[in-house]
Each structure stands twice: as structure tokens, then as C-alpha cells.
Design a protein around this ligand. Structure first.
Ligand code: AMP
Length: 187
């Protein structure tokens, strides 16, 4: 089974993705983690995107599309993918559809974690203390939220009419969100 989990920064996508990975033996595809890895390793891509990420802007569609291509076509990970933080734009969503079609796969579940701004600010401040991410300060959080709303709203419109789309209240306790997702995936 392949799953998409999406929602604004701080919605708990990564936390929920990790939980599902453990329970259902899936492979987490986090473009945020992949991009941070590029920055850490100071690759050509990494040097280009370092400032973009720190400022709370999005990497280009070309860069992220390229990063996930090999993963989608990896036979060991076929039908075991959970996308966390991808797609984030309509063009990425269309690209993902194409890649999945070309590799004989489909998306089985789409979860949208809907969270209000106050919860996000609270969660990201907490994460900043735990993970020391360069993009977790209040100005950047708000910028990332606005960028998300602008660019990702079309992704929500793209998926929300589908039969396998589930909106989850992301303001609830993390364990409660996990329980709901697990229940849907176990049917
Ligand atoms: P995340 O770990 O998902 O919160 O992502 C951290 C940052 O990486 C984002 O604020 C963006 O700058 C960048 N990023 C992650 N995923 C994408 C994507 N699918 N498209 C563009 N930029 C991305």
C-alpha cells in the first residue's frame, strides 16, 4: 500500500509517518529529510537550497521531483511508500501520478492533517528545542505556513474529491491522531 500524508508544517506529518512505517512496514519518503541530507553533505543541490530552506521557501519542483524519482522506481520499496511532505504543489502532485502510473502503482490512502495556526506555532517551538532545525523560528514558521497555504491549497483541491481522501483533525493529541489513521489503514 502507498500512502500520502500531508498538511501544514508542524501538523505532525513526520511523527505520524514514522508511526505508520513501524506498524505497517512501509518506507518513509520525506522530501524535507532528503533535502536536509543534501545540505548536510554539501552536494550541488545542497548548496543551492540551503538558504531556500532556512528562509522557509520551497525548493523547486525539478529538484524534489528528481529526488523522489529513484525511490518510486526502487523495486524493494514498491507499494510500500508513505509520502511525507510531498507533493506540496500541483505540479508535484501531477508528477507523482505519472511516476506511479509508469511504475504500476497507485496511492491507496491520502491523509490531510488539518491544524490551526496556534497549534502549529506551539508544536514547532517545541520541535526547535528538540531538533535544532534552522527553519524552526517564529518568523520562518509563519512564512512556511503562508507558503504552504498558497502553494499547497491546490494540492488539497486535487485530492479532496477522491474516495480515498481522509481529513483528520490534527489539533488532537498525537496518540489520538495515530489511532484514527491506524484504524483507517487496518480496514
Ligand atoms: P519539512 O521537513 O517537510 O517540513 O520540509 C522542510 C523544508 O524543506 C520546507 O520548508 C521546504 O523548504 C523544503 N521542502 C520539503 N519538501 C518539499 C517539497 N515537496 N517541495 C518543495 N520544498 C520542499
Amino acid at each position: 500500500m502507498n500512502v500520502i500524508i500531508f498538511g501544514p508544517p508542524g501538523a505532525g506529518k513526520g511523527t505520524q509517518a514514522q508511526h505508520i512505517v513501524g506498524k505497517f512496514n512501509l518506507y518513509q519518503v520525506s522530501t524535507g529529510n532528503l533535502l536536509r541530507e543534501e545540505v548536510k553533505n554539501q552536494t550541488e543541490i545542497g548548496k543551492d537550497i540551503e538558504n531556500i530552506i532556512s528562509n522557509g521557501d520551497f525548493a523547486t519542483d525539478e529538484i524534489v521531483n528528481e529526488l523522489i524519482k529513484n525511490i518510486v522506481f526502487d523495486p524493494l520499496r514498491k507499494n510500500k511508500l508513505i509520502f511525507d511532505g510531498y507533493p506540496r504543489s500541483l505540479s508535484q502532485a501531477e508528477n507523482l501520478d505519472l511516476l506511479l502510473k509508469d511504475s504500476n502503482q497507485k496511492i491507496d490512502f491520502i491523509f490531510f492533517l488539518n491544524v490551526n495556526k496556534d497549534t502549529i506555532i506551539k508544536r514547532i517551538k517545541k520541535r526547535k528545542m528538540l531538533e535544532m532545525r534552522s527553519d524552526d523560528n517564529t518568523t520562518t514558521i509563519l512564512k512556511r505556513y503562508d507558503t504552504y497555504m498558497e502553494t499547497t491549497k491546490p494540492v488539497l483541491d486535487f485530492y479532496s474529491g477522491k474516495a480515498n481522501f481522509y481529513e483528520i483533525n490534527g489539533d488532537e493529541k498525537i496518540s489520538e491522531i495515530s489511532r484514527k489513521i491506524e484504524q483507517i489503514l487496518s480496514v
